[in-house]
Design a protein around this ligand. Structure first.
Ligand code: 2AM
Ligand code: CA
Length: 259
């Protein structure tokens, strides 16, 4: 299968998944608590993950899959081709707002991002990138990000960064044009990629929260690292910063230097 055919196939699965999620609003959700009261899983997270895994397995039987809800493989390394999927990113928003959530798929080859897909279902914004070939929003090419300074752009923080004393969050916001927060790592990442935000800083992202967005962000010239500046580790939970090259340097040097 060519990369073009694979790309079209992935997007068709995600369109189907988006339709299933919209349809589910007619029925009652089953909601369970995972690690804490703000970490939820619904029957739809599980159903969409199972749907995507079934599609991947029947088309790419030799590949391995890391999925948030655990229906994939037990992944301890990134050797070969690995799919990293989050059926619903922003489950708390899905439950409380019925918007601001995304379906995400990242395709990695020996640890390197090759394809990334983030579908903001209710906004009807489907972002994707193929490494080295460009990034798109609803099929239209996205331009490389303008390398603006922190003071010229809006910043998004995760709730944990906003509410903790550890990350100089208020100082960073004061150094920017202002604060905007959504609560979906995928959507906030693509908003940096689309030039709507200058930076997004989080205290805790899982591999499936990062995989797709990293491919899209890097394809457009953004810097995507841990908040100490080290590369992210896609096998672990990471505190992250995604920013324009200039804002990334400023934030690390002026605010997060002693983290
Ligand atoms: P999720 O909805 O797929 O769990 C919210 O700030 C963002 O952080 C969401 O993208 C959410 O993804 C992610 N996140 C990661 N770990 C989380 C956790 N333990 N509880 C809530 N959100 C988490
Ligand atoms: Ca999720």
């Amino acid at each position: 299968m060519t990369r073009d055919q694979m790309d079209k196939l992935i997007r068709s699965w995600m369109e189907e998944a988006a339709a299933m999620i919209k349809e589910s609003f007619k029925t009652t959700l089953t909601i369970e608590i995972k690690s804490d009261r703000n970490d939820l899983v619904t029957n739809m997270d599980k159903k969409i993950e199972q749907f995507l895994i079934e599609k991947i397995r029947s088309n790419f039987p030799d590949d391995r899959i890391l999925g948030e809800e655990g229906y994939g493989d037990k992944i301890e390394d990134l050797v070969g081709r690995v799919w990293i999927i989050d059926p619903i990113d922003g489950t708390l928003n899905f439950v409380k707002q019925q918007e601001n959530f995304a379906i995400m798929i990242g395709v990695y080859q020996d640890g390197e991002g090759r394809m990334g897909y983030i579908y903001d279902v209710m906004a009807g914004e489907f972002y994707w990138a193929i490494a080295g070939e460009g990034a798109y929003l609803n099929g239209n090419p996205l331009p490389n990000v303008a390398d603006i300074e922190l003071r010229e752009g809006l910043v998004a923080l995760s709730s944990g960064v906003f509410s903790s004393d550890k990350y100089k969050a208020k100082e960073i916001v004061r150094g920017s044009s202002g604060l905007r927060m959504i609560g979906s790592a995928g959507i906030e990442t693509v908003h940096v990629a689309a030039g709507r935000l200058v930076a997004y800083i989080t205290h805790r992202l899982q591999p499936w929260d990062m995989a797709a967005g990293k491919v899209i962000a890097e394809e457009l010239g953004l810097v995507y690292t841990q908040i100490n500046g080290e590369p992210v580790d896609l096998l672990q939970q990471n505190a992250t910063i995604i920013a324009t090259p200039t804002a990334h340097k400023e934030i690390l040097t002026n605010y997060l230097v002693d983290i």
